[in-house]
Design a protein around this ligand. Structure first.
Ligand SMILES: [Zn+2]
Length: 259
């Protein structure tokens, strides 16, 4: 008989919470590095900061991958999967990827000519304000880079494991409308071509589905699905907007919030 698996399973929730806990520690460490940026010496100090954040990201990405592998193993052990399988643990983001993301995060720090029409409003802000923005963006970049490695580990495993058939998105009760909308799709993500669309500060995770398992939406995802069908689906082009409103007006869980 097929066993049931759901995006609301306690193990999936525990996994998401573990990733959130990891994010908290990551951000604590990344924020400690802020003092490395010296406004009077941007040329020297911004690259130092970027390099230091990269090292922290690298280290946390390994833990994120290990958490993903552990969750996968636990889920796999609940089905009588034939044959052993070793989860291919995803690598930390390549250096050039984390570097270019962090360069993007800090790009408005550089002094610009205020009279140059290409100078944006963000670049005209006082340095304190630009620093604050850069730190905030760097936090978000680091979080996404780290969380993505955990997700990639699970998705790669699903692709390589002959006993795995699909994965489904698990979103928190407080997740944003975008994530809830994707979560209602259930186990449709078996194909390699579907990306896991995650945004900054998103803690949604994939739940692997194995042969002999039947996927069922959790009660809360079923409610999101119903709201989407009723209030959003018929309005092509405006669906996310309408879904957001429906969640706010008719949903049993608050919007927005932490993911
Ligand atoms: Zn999310």
């Amino acid at each position: 008989m097929a066993t049931l698996v759901s995006d609301g399973d306690p193990a999936a929730t525990r996994y998401r919470q573990a990733q959130r806990g990891l994010t908290r520690l990551l951000l604590r460490d990344v924020r400690r590095l802020r003092r490395l940026i010296i406004p009077a010496r941007l040329q020297r100090s911004v690259p130092d900061y970027i390099g230091a954040v990269q090292q922290v990201v690298d280290q946390y990405a390994r833990t994120s991958a290990a958490l993903g592998a552990e969750f996968y193993d636990v889920q796999r052990s609940t089905v009588r999967a034939t044959g052993p399988f070793t989860v291919p643990v995803a690598s930390p983001p390549p250096e050039d990827q984390s570097e270019s993301s962090l360069r993007w995060a800090t790009k408005d720090l550089w002094p610009r000519d205020p009279d140059d029409p290409r100078t944006t409003d963000a670049q005209r802000e006082p340095i304190e304000r630009r620093l604050e923005q850069a730190y905030r963006k760097a936090d978000a970049v680091a979080q996404k880079l780290v969380s993505d490695v955990g997700r990639a580990t699970i998705r790669d495993a699903v692709r390589e494991d002959r006993q795995a058939v699909a994965w489904a998105r698990a979103a928190a009760l407080g997740a944003c409308a975008f994530c809830k909308m994707l979560a209602t799709r259930g186990a449709v993500y078996g194909e390699d071509t579907v990306r896991f669309e995650a945004h900054d500060s998103c803690h949604c995770g994939p739940v692997p589905i194995f042969r002999g398992q039947r996927f069922e939406l959790s009660a809360h995802a079923r409610e999101w699905e119903r709201l989407y069908r009723e209030y959003a689906a018929p309005y092509s082009g405006d669906q996310l907007q309408r879904f957001r409103r429906a969640l706010a007006e008719h949903g049993s869980h608050p919007l927005p919030g932490a993911h």
